[in-house]
Design a protein. Sequence first.
Length: 227
Amino acid sequence: MSTCRLHPRGPSPDPALLDRCRALPTSTLSDSMERTGGVCGVHPVPGGRWPRVAGPALTVRTRPGDNLVVHRALDLAQPGDVLVVDAGGALDRAVLGELMARWAAARGLAALVVDGAVRDVEGLAAGALPVFARGVNHLGPYKVGPGEIGGPVQAGGTVVRAGDVVVGDADGVVVVPRERAAEVVAAGEGLARAEEAVLADIAAGVWDRSWVAAALTEVPVGEEVRR
Ligand SMILES: O=C([O-])CC(=O)C(=O)O
Ligand SMILES: [Mg+2]
């Protein structure tokens, strides 16, 4: 027997706010957090193409290469949760595969995010549940523990707490701190409108590019100077 430290569930985000998150690219959301808040190096598994997903984090910290507490978290999760597994970024052993993803989908989880390796990627990519991971390895996990469920973890260099809002799409994963979610989503909607205006300017051939050269001191090199 080993230990699984178990924290209380995090708060549940407002469902309307999650809907608004699903309308915003992760790039826009991280732009709305001073270009921080991204889970770096964790992406949809190869071949996986899913609609953008958003939900509250259910956090798991596991011993790298071991998935006993990940199995336990799948049984404790509630529908709509995004399981965020801090496996220490280790790639030498998968901590999750197709069977677990199928079970997670059957239990109504929204997505799986693994700062570590997964396996069975063809099966994962063919499944309904979005799976994001740092890497892939056929070598399977031990099931010994220990670990922790619901405590603060790190994923891709970002702190994730239970109930933080996790958003994942083709670009990767962003974590919006729960107390900032309303503010960040509103800022993201403003940025999205601004990008729509830029796209219209590009289509009309009138995008104002003056800020680019104005931000540079150009130092001529050689005889022919490109202007
Ligand atoms: O062995 C495991 O626990 C991981 C795995 O391959 C699966 O979930 O299919
Ligand atoms: Mg498997």
